[in-house]
Ligand binder design. Structure first.
Ligand code: FAD
Length: 370
């Protein structure tokens, strides 16, 4: 068992550039924190048609009657738009005079509404947009995951198991089956939670995000699209490079190389809880068993989902021996930037990062050899 690598007293060592703090002065969209101290419990999903709160006669969603027949609802009032197509959703988001949020699986957004941590005036429901669903193999042999692909599909789809087994391996660690059946890949990435598994896993795989918006000042239906490396997408905790009028439409996962292995593991207090720490690794071996490329990402290792590029680079150019792997794990623990909270101290999280990194890099290297 590795020894704790930090002193628990704040700063720690030099931070890997991947483990960054909020970049000031950048535009982007703030998602909002997890309600309470950890898991958002018992989310309530609004039923349509929804125009909630006092004054909305005939309302059905999440309504209870308080003293004197007063209407009491959990979320603040919002307008509900069920978009039938991508252009309709982009059109609704383009009207920035009304604070609008996309609604995907609702597994983070609805609890945030109920806890009054977010109060958008309008929700645009993406669940009816077929163009955002589905998993495709790309021409290069990679994967294109529509933003509305459910986390559950990552566990079950044979194409994903074949092309990106790391996604299938990590998905069961996310929450519980009910939440995974609703929660989406795009929602998890857009939410930009440093404690979420998928952002770290997708960083390890070198994924890119596809983003769309309606042309500003252009004709309705005129679309502008851009592609961003996922590493440039996360700007801070719950804060991404998405502009308020933009929608994440898909995630592109590059093809895996021959002699490449991946692995994921995490430690949580209970099955389904957010991880105290988690690590994803990818190792590619060249001829002779020398490491040609490596990537390591952390769950809850910094204020954003973070790629530990410097630590991963220490593996490249030599065989992934137990000593080399232990050195990379020590580098990860020294340069990560975990927070302390009521669930774990910073020192304990560094200890987990070191132990988990050694474990998953070793497993990824073994898989690359077979
Ligand atoms: C009890 C509980 C436990 C959980 N445990 C875990 C866990 O262990 N690990 C983990 O990773 N997650 C966990 N989650 C969160 C869950 O995985 C969410 O599903 C996920 O974080 C968000 O996905 P969603 O589709 O539900 O997004 P939503 O909740 O609908 O949206 C989240 C945010 O992203 C925005 N958004 C959604 N889709 C898009 C899009 N296509 N383009 C632009 N913006 C968009 C929304 O406006 C909102 O701000 C847990 C949730 C609950 C309720």
């Amino acid at each position: 068992m590795a020894e704790p690598a930090g002193d628990g007293g704040g700063g720690g060592g030099r931070r890997d550039p991947g483990c960054r703090r909020l970049r000031a002065g950048r535009r982007g969209r703030a998602g909002g924190p997890r309600p309470g101290t950890g898991d958002p419990r018992h989310p309530v999903e609004p039923r349509s048609p929804v125009r909630t709160a006092a004054g909305a006669a005939g309302v059905t969603a999440g309504v209870a009657f308080g003293a004197g027949g007063r209407v009491v609802v959990k979320p603040p009032a919002f307008e509900y738009v069920a978009a039938a197509g991508l252009d309709e959703a982009l059109e609704a988001l383009a009207d920035t005079s009304v604070e609008t949020r996309p609604l995907a699986g609702g597994q983070s957004l609805v609890p945030m509404l109920n806890f009054r941590l977010a109060a958008p005036e309008r929700l645009v429901d993406l669940n009816g947009i077929e163009a955002l669903a589905g998993v495709e193999e790309t021409e290069s042999g990679g994967l294109r995951l529509g933003a509305m692909v459910r986390v559950r599909q990552l566990e079950r789809d044979p194409l994903i198991a074949r092309r990106a087994p790391l996604l299938a391996e990590a998905a069961p660690f996310i929450a519980h089956p009910q939440i995974r059946s609703r929660g989406t890949v795009g929602g998890s990435v857009a939410h930009a939670d440093p404690a979420a598994e998928l952002p770290a896993v997708l960083l390890t795989l070198g994924a890119r995000v596809r983003i769309a918006r309606r042309s500003r000042g252009g004709e309705p239906g005129s679309r502008v699209e851009r592609t961003l490396d996922l590493d440039d997408f996360f700007l801070g905790p719950f804060f991404s490079a998405l502009e308020p009028d933009e929608l994440l439409t898909a995630i592109e996962v590059p093809p895996s190389a021959p002699a490449e292995g991946t692995a994921f593991d995490e430690v949580a207090r209970r099955r389904g809880d957010y991880a105290l720490a988690g690590v994803a690794a990818r190792v590619r071996l060249d001829s002779g068993g020398v490491c040609g490329e490596a990537a390591i990402s952390l769950v809850n290792g910094g204020s954003t989902p973070c790629l530990m590029s410097e630590a991963a680079r220490t593996l490249v150019g030599s065989e992934p021996t137990p000593e080399a792997i232990e050195a990379a794990a020590a580098a990860c623990a020294a340069t990560c930037d975990p927070a302390a909270d009521m669930h774990a101290s910073e020192a304990y999280r560094r200890h987990l990062v070191r132990t988990l990194t050694a474990r998953v890099v070793s497993r990824a290297a073994d898989r690359a050899r077979t």
